[in-house]
Write a protein that binds this ligand. Sequence first.
Ligand code: F6P
Length: 279
Amino acid sequence: MTEIYEAIKRSAARIKDAIAFDDTGYSENINSTGDTQLKLDIKSDLIIEEEFAKVACIKEIVSEEKEGKTPLHVEGIYSIGYDPLDGSSLIDVNLSVGSIFGIYEGGFAGANLKAAVYVVYGPRVELVIAHENVTLYRLNQKGEFVFIKEITLGVKGNLNAPGATQMGWEPRHKAMIDAIFADGYRLRYSGGMVPDLHQILLKGGGLFSYPATSDVPKGKLRMIFEVFPFAFVYEKAGGAAINGKTRLLDLTPSHPHDTTPCFFGSQTEIERVKQCYAK
Ligand code: F6P
């Protein structure tokens, strides 16, 4: 596992430089989800693939930017699902973006996740590793990720990050979000799941939701690259993550790009979601 973390750290340092200095424009490619790829999406994906190719314990990888799996080492044991540059459409307005990694053993199912890592490219570059516990690292001027602290979520927080287009929310979802705000929670939402979930984790808790909507009934966020890794992080930090009713890590996608409605938060807020979606 350490070798994988080191490859992710090398990738993160290289991606940070690409974000800072490369062309932020669009390429002529369209990815498997139908999004036009930024040149930075393609470059970040190549950097990660290059670094993972050096690690013998990685059997296969699947990227949000590619349709299928890429085999790496036959003797490898880990399968890695990753989103090289999540929220990349925020780069042109200079907001924070991230990379997300799920490290699986025995196929891409929530139950097979062994560790999760994400990187936030903000004013500073931070990296979070979830394995037995959740730990925060920050990139220093020597290019090293220095341990900062262990992250744990409070039982109840005070931040609310309500995702997806409100026009398409179910009435029960809207009622729940309104009630949460009426209880004094503060809105914190940038439109990038990495910084939005990172903020809730570091500020003690709250709720991030990306529900089913009338136009996207299976949600937008992808299980393998986005949802499972963050569900793992939140659970290991003492919080919870569900699709409304079921624990996210109990789900198994039938296709690498399958999506799901998702809710991540502290125990109190997730209990509230369960009550709302039980109706
Ligand atoms: O999946 C990419 C992503 O940018 C997430 O980081 C973010 O939470 C979500 O999409 C926002 O999507 P939208 O702006 O379409 O609601």
